[in-house]
Design a protein around this ligand. Structure first.
Ligand code: HEC
Ligand code: HEC
Length: 256
């Protein structure tokens, strides 16, 4: 009898916690949806739990996936940029079924916290596999990234993404440490409007002015670069190049 009572006590103390841990890790997005409303009593609402559903794909610190080149790194990207993308997945302005699903239930405050969490993570960059392309393709990629192509109206990538291509606070993402596959997918998705926004839109314009071979060239050159030691996005005040008038960022059009 005594041992039965103590077993009950132990179960009462521990089983719910184990069950909630399973819930948080196994059914991450459901648990996140529940905890955002504060609806599950006894579940500590920690950041660890909030990002558990993301970690299975993006890694615990948003370092990206070693095995799946389609899953991007999130760590260290500007918080405003990450938040904007999460909002786009929610509104369907950026199409990607698994991402649209995981963010569907999350509140604006929750998205803001998660974006802040991943922006603050500081984990080493992984060198990306370099596709086998010709020296000529790499030269074309380098030209577009560093100098652009005025004959096609393509501004250089550095003029917006920063001299070291590490991005600019608070909205401009960097282009280093991304895989060839992820880069080409994004550039193509602006052309097919899988990744789109209303109105004149920076990357929609840039991607449409490039040839398909240019997309392969910039992606190959970028993926082949050794990420600089300091990968932090530069502060807005350090970026002197003004955005062209047709480059509207976000709903408000507020750039940097
Ligand atoms: C099933 C795997 C999976 C899960 C789970 C997942 N993601 Fe993603 N995520 C992806 C993939 C794949 C992409 C790239 C989509 C594309 O190509 O547009 C992506 C893209 C993103 C981006 C855009 C990154 C960029 O640089 O533009 C953000 C931000 C993001 N995810 C955040 C999250 C957060 C926060 C969670 C948890 C709430 C999460 N993801 C859960 C697979 C996943
Ligand atoms: C006129 C400014 C501008 C120029 C020039 C520009 N970009 Fe962008 N780029 C942006 C903005 C703004 C975003 C964020 C888009 C969003 O909010 O979805 C972006 C985002 C990206 C992303 C998504 C990064 C991620 O983590 O998902 C890629 C890839 C990219 N740009 C590649 C390029 C390449 C390659 C070039 C040069 C050929 C280039 N960009 C030139 C403004 C620019």
């Amino acid at each position: 009898m005594n041992s039965f009572v103590s077993l009950c006590r132990r179960l009462r103390g521990q089983a719910p916690r184990a069950a909630f841990a399973l819930l948080a890790f196994g059914l991450g997005s459901a648990a996140m949806a529940a905890t955002q409303a504060g609806a599950v009593p006894g579940v500590p609402d920690t950041m660890q739990q909030r990002v558990a559903a993301c970690a299975s794909c993006h890694g615990a610190h948003g370092e990206g996936s070693a095995s799946d080149v389609a899953i991007p790194r999130l760590a260290g990207k500007p918080a405003g940029y990450l938040l904007q993308q999460l909002e786009y997945f929610q509104t369907g302005q950026r199409r990607h079924a698994p991402m649209e699903y995981v963010v569907r239930q999350l509140s604006p405050a929750y998205l803001r916290d998660i974006a802040g969490y991943f922006a603050q993570q500081d984990v080493p960059y992984r060198r990306q596999p370099v596709p086998a392309v010709s020296a000529e393709t790499l030269r074309r990629g380098e030209q577009l990234v560093l100098r652009g192509d005025s004959t096609r109206g393509v501004p250089s990538c550095v003029s917006c993404h920063g001299d070291r291509l590490t991005g600019v606070e608070p909205m401009m993402p960097g282009l280093m440490g991304l895989s060839y596959d992820y880069l080409t997918t994004q550039l193509v998705s602006w052309r097919t409007r899988q990744r789109a926004a209303e109105g004149p839109y920076c990357m929609g314009v840039v991607a449409n002015r490039m040839r398909e071979s240019d997309i392969a060239a910039v992606s190959a050159w970028l993926a082949g670069q050794e990420p600089p030691a300091d990968m932090h996005p530069v502060p807005a005040s350090a970026h002197t190049e003004p955005l062209p008038g047709w480059c509207v960022m976000g709903k408000s059009g507020a750039g940097q």
